[in-house]
Design a protein around this ligand. Structure first.
Ligand SMILES: [Zn+2]
Length: 699
């Protein structure tokens, strides 16, 4: 009796676990043909997905992951069959026989709450942009599919969208057909991928085309009005592509490579197969590119096309096979562009951060599924660098190539990689594994030992040790640092150290450093200058037109703070600058609002311009800065409060967290409460409920 109960329980448990996690042994999904319609004025997704499946074991049902469905029907080989939906999964009931090939079609309507995002910049309730994010969010939120990344299938997409929009998806564009005021976009893939890599973007896009040395089509997407920013944003793209393809030693595994900027993206970038989606905050002119370059993200997402997309982890504990590799190969691409010193200094910076994490007791092993991103990315990159040091560059390269070829279009574990390395190098990797993969602390001493093999790092570490020396003790080293051939890495370290010293002779050194005409060195000099004096005024003033918005903003502040005629400083700076970005413009306005010398009539349009920056057409970063300025100036308008409440409901975590904090604080003030109550009426019932919860008016 007892036994029977236990066995019965066990069987139930097994069948449940099969249902909730994986049905890999039951059925092999081979192809997925997606046909969808994007509604112009809502987040509705309507359409069908047709799967080709091979049944591996007899079964009475199979499931499809599906969330947010409002309508569904299932057809097996074109005959409607019973489907049960529980909000998470669609269970299709039919007799499935081993080795049968079946076609399963799901007709559906979904209203995704995440994984697909509709961006309405002008609040006219017609979206301007749609984009998706599968990893971490699940594609099944908008498209019934298989979340398990171990089931790879060959995808095709037919997407109908408003005729004014360009639609971009994974694969090769085979046909665009007009249909009334809409367009139908057809994309086909040839090789299989996991569903978290499914991507689509629709919006007002233009494209510039190029081709890699190996002949792979490269497509750079941009917004119509941003044509001038294409060159600075996508700088080095082709070089990075050609370099990585050569360095990895395996031909780029997909039909083409597209890069698509999107508004209000959740992260920096996402390596969807053949189609990287990236945050349009990286879409900048030349000055902006010096402040925030897309190069590292560009190389990182491209590297994922092999590490993550071609070979995919079986489960999260092997996540470093994605992020560690992508981070390391991005660094190698930067080494190719910027030189070895830059590369070594980056590795040192990673090691410093990892060492700090370890010493605070916050580190985990690299193979811990719950490791944080610092560990998966930077520690992962370091593990590869150390492995290369251990087995030699030649073996390392050959191993990576072999590992990719052996496991292409499949799923991998850490052992899949290490086994190949051991085989190729004929080395025992037990110690390496213990030190770099399973240890819960970052092996800082070992990292430093590897870094010190490079003479520039030996010099760098000696200079860095001077952080606790006096100026007199360090003076000769500083002078040597500025002798040719100059290493920028060393100069930057020197400038950072000089900021804490108060000695007249340091200004000579800063002059010489500035004479190197390096944007980053100058920026460091300005950022480490608290006020102007007779020894630095000329030097700092000379940087007002540097090719960096951050430098310009800091110089402007120093000059403004120093001057008696503040209006003259602001007007003169503005006359010299051809372009300003939103951040510099806001800083300028705030200084003007705090300057005597402007009349109220002159100031009013400035304030209106600052208030406009909270609008949804601006980036989340710009909006956040604008809210902060306006709160400090006590100058929030009714519209600003509405924008703040919209921000509190936004999908970007950092943005809505900050907005909610401000909103709650303002609601405690009489004035703020009045405005917020007024604005509440602009929202629909559901949004009002959410806002009331944020304000603590409901639980
Ligand atoms: Zn990544």
């Amino acid at each position: 009796m007892k036994w029977i109960t236990i066995i019965a329980l066990f069987v139930t448990f097994l069948s449940q676990s099969q249902n909730t996690s994986s049905q890999l042994e039951l059925v092999d999904f081979q192809k997925a043909m997606v046909v969808i319609l994007l509604d112009e004025s809502s987040n509705e997704v309507k359409g069908e997905i047709l799967f080709d499946l091979t049944i591996l074991k007899d079964a009475s049902s199979i499931f499809i992951d599906a969330k947010n469905l409002v309508a569904y029907q299932a057809f097996l080989d074109n005959k409607e069959v019973k489907a049960i939906y529980d909000g998470e999964k669609l269970v299709v009931e039919a007799p499935f026989r081993a080795s049968d090939n079946r076609q399963l079609k799901i007709r559906f309507t979904s209203y995704p709450s995440k994984a697909m995002y509709h961006i309405d910049e002008d609040n006219d309730r017609i979206w301007d942009q749609v984009w998706t994010q599968g990893q971490g969010k699940y594609t099944s939120n908008w498209l019934p599919s298989i979340d398990d990344m171990n089931d790879k299938m060959i995808w095709s997409f037919q997407i109908t969208a408003p005729g004014s929009k360009r639609v971009i998806a994974n694969g090769k564009l085979t046909e665009v057909q007009p249909a009334a005021d809409q367009m139908i976009w057809n994309y086909n893939m040839e090789k299989p991928m996991s569903s978290y890599l499914v991507a689509l973007a629709a919006g007002d896009y233009q494209v510039k085309r190029d081709s890699s040395v190996s002949g792979v089509p490269l497509e750079y997407y941009y917004y119509q009005e941003d044509e001038k920013k294409v060159a600075p944003t996508y700088q080095h793209s082709k070089e990075i592509f050609d370099f990585l393809e050569g360095e990895i030693g395996v031909a780029y595994p997909w039909q083409n490579y597209k890069q698509v900027p999107v508004k209000d993206f959740l992260y920096s970038g996402m390596e969807n197969t053949g189609m990287t989606i990236f945050n349009d905050e990286f879409f900048t002119d030349e000055l902006g590119a010096n402040d925030r370059s897309y190069v590292n993200v560009n190389a990182h997402e491209l590297a994922h096309q092999w590490f993550g997309d071609l070979v995919t982890e079986t489960e999260a504990k092997h996540h470093w096979l994605h992020e560690g590799f992508a981070s390391y190969y991005a660094l190698l691409a930067e080494q190719n562009l910027y030189g070895n010193s830059y590369f070594q200094a980056q590795l040192f910076e990673y090691a410093e951060a990892l060492n700090e994490q370890s010493s605070k007791g916050n580190s985990t092993s690299l193979l811990d599924a719950k490791a944080n991103s610092l560990t998966f990315y930077q520690h992962g990159a370091w593990a590869l660098h150390a492995l290369k040091d251990e087995v030699g560059a030649f073996s390392f390269r050959e191993s990576v190539t072999k590992y990719l070829l052996r496991n292409k279009y499949q799923n991998v574990t850490t052992a899949s990689f290490l086994d190949v390395v051991a085989e190729v190098s004929e080395k025992d990797l037990t110690d390496f594994k213990a030190t770099w993969l399973t240890s819960e602390v970052f092996p800082t001493a070992e990292a430093l030992r590897i870094l010190r093999k490079q003479s520039v790092m030996e010099q760098y570490l000696q200079l860095a040790a001077r952080r606790i020396s006096t100026f007199e003790e360090s003076y000769n080293s500083y002078k040597e640092t500025l002798q040719k051939p100059v290493e920028m890495v060393l100069v930057k370290e020197m400038v950072a150290q000089l900021s804490i010293h108060d000695n007249d002779k340091k200004y000579e050194l800063l002059q010489q450093a500035a004479a190197l005409n390096d944007v980053e060195v100058n920026q460091l000099i300005v950022l480490s200058t608290p006020t102007l004096n007779n020894k630095n005024r000329e030097l700092i003033t000379s940087m007002l037109n540097d090719a960096s918005y951050i430098t310009r903003e800091s110089v402007l502040f120093l000059l403004w703070n120093d001057a008696s005629d503040k209006r003259a400083v602001l007007e003169s700076a503005k006359a010299q600058w051809e372009e300003m970005n939103s951040s510099l413009d806001m800083a300028w306005i705030v200084l003007a609002l705090n300057s005597a010398g402007y009349t109220n009539e002159e100031l009013l349009p400035f304030l209106v311009r600052l208030q406009a920056y909270t609008g949804s057409e601006y980036s989340t970063e710009t909006r956040t800065a604008s809210f902060d300025y306006l709160i400090n100036l006590d100058a929030m308008s009714q519209q600003n409060y509405t924008d703040l409440m919209n921000a509190s409901l936004h999908h970007v975590w950092r943005f809505y967290e900050n907005a909610r904090g401000i909103l709650k604080a303002q609601y405690k003030k009489e004035n703020g409460q009045f405005f917020i109550d007024q604005s509440l009426g602009n929202f629909d019932t559901k949004s009002q409920e959410r806002l009331k919860r944020v304000l603590g008016l409901k639980d």
